[in-house]
Design a protein around this ligand. Structure first.
Ligand SMILES: Nc1ncnc2c1ncn2[C@@H]1O[C@H](COP(=O)(O)OP(=O)(O)O)[C@@H](O)[C@H]1O
Ligand SMILES: N[C@@H](CCOP(=O)(O)O)C(=O)O
Length: 318
């Protein structure tokens, strides 16, 4: 789990008084997630999700919460943040930034079929379009700068083979990110962590994307690559499943057709997306933070995916 900061029912009662949601009736820590402390909160008004942000500051949070509100207002299925009586979306709890958002119906689809991937591709493309007029700016905080800062911290923990892979891929990605091809890619606010566990379904109906707390302005193609590397992968081998990739990317392209640059950049971007999560998992594994209960994600999963994306040509986007 990740409950880094505990919240009792009394804590929740006192805190919720500043929102138009009636009284808190029950609070329950959520046993998944690795970034923030999350709780299901039952109030007189219904079911909500309370998040205490462990790593993001009061200055950074408006980007995420206003983005969710912007998208929700435009019909994109995402949790809607609830303003307090003063109109604020983010207010302190135990001295840390905290927010309350609507609870999405359903559950994560952890064994997706092409039909689920198509629904994700359609909503992802709609989300990218809806984000175009979003006025706030914040870079992807897990982008290239962060990779360059983090690589030297994890490298001393790796054996020679892994260290060589990491160094070589960092070199490759620095060249890719500074190329004209990368600069030609469409950009805007992206989710940047749209894994299976961050989307809800009721049956085959997608009910929402959530966990926007890695969102930032980056290329749309990076968002797509992160999504495909999780939704369309055979978990045991890291190999992409052609039918799921086809379903997801065709559904995306039906809403936002791919540019020539996106088609050319697809394979390096799948590698970039694999590297980003290999790096964060290595960091969390070798340099863990304190938590009441914590299940670290397995870094070798993304090492395998990265090796596979380097070795095997990516399926064409069209
Ligand atoms: N808006 C929401 N609606 C329904 N469930 C949610 C919502 N937000 C979070 N959850 C639940 O909380 C769990 C952890 O949330 P998540 O945002 O992934 O945590 P973290 O930011 O720590 O990685 C999710 O797997 C999901 O079950
Ligand atoms: N998706 C990332 C970790 C981020 O955790 P999440 O629960 O917020 O998605 C990974 O799998 O490494």
């Amino acid at each position: 789990m990740a409950v880094f900061t505990a919240v009792s029912l009394d804590d929740a009662r006192a805190w919720i008084a500043q929102f138009p949601l009636g009284e808190a009736r029950a609070v329950r820590g959520i046993a998944s997630g690795i970034e923030n402390s999350n709780f299901f909160l039952t109030t007189d008004a219904g079911e909500y999700v309370l998040t205490i942000f462990e790593n993001l500051s009061f200055e950074q949070l408006p980007f995420y919460l206003e983005l969710m509100k912007h998208l929700a207002d435009r019909g994109i299925l995402v949790p809607a943040p609830v303003p307090n009586h003063e109109g604020k979306l983010c207010v302190p709890l135990h001295g840390k930034p905290a927010a309350i958002v609507s609870k999405l119906a359903g559950e994560s689809q952890l064994a997706p079929q092409p039909v689920h991937c198509a629904a994700v591709g359609t909503m992802l493309a709609k989300m990218h379009l809806a984000g175009r007029e979003f006025p706030l700016q914040q870079p992807n905080l897990r982008g290239l700068d962060w990779l360059n800062e983090t690589a030297p911290k994890v490298l001393p923990h790796l054996d020679r083979d892994r260290a060589e892979l990491l160094k070589a891929e960092m070199h490759f990605q620095n060249a890719f990110y500074s190329s004209g091809l990368h600069h030609a890619l469409p950009r805007g606010p992206v989710h940047a962590d749209l894994f299976r566990n961050n989307v809800m379904f009721v049956g085959e109906r997608l009910t929402g994307f959530f966990d926007f707390y890695f969102a930032g302005v980056d290329t749309w193609l990076f968002d797509l690559a992160v999504t495909v590397n999780d939704w369309c992968v055979d978990l045991a081998t890291g190999v992409l499943d052609a039918a799921r990739v086809r379903a997801l990317t065709d559904a995306y392209a039906a809403v936002v057709p791919f540019t020539i640059a996106e088609q050319e950049a697809w394979q390096p971007m799948l590698r970039a997306a694999a590297l980003r999560f290999w790096m964060s998992r290595l960091y969390d594994y070798y340099l863990p933070r304190e938590a009441e209960i914590l299940t670290p994600h397995d870094p070798t999963h993304f090492e395998r995916i990265l090796r596979e994306r380097i070795a095997v040509p990516a399926p064409h986007l069209i």
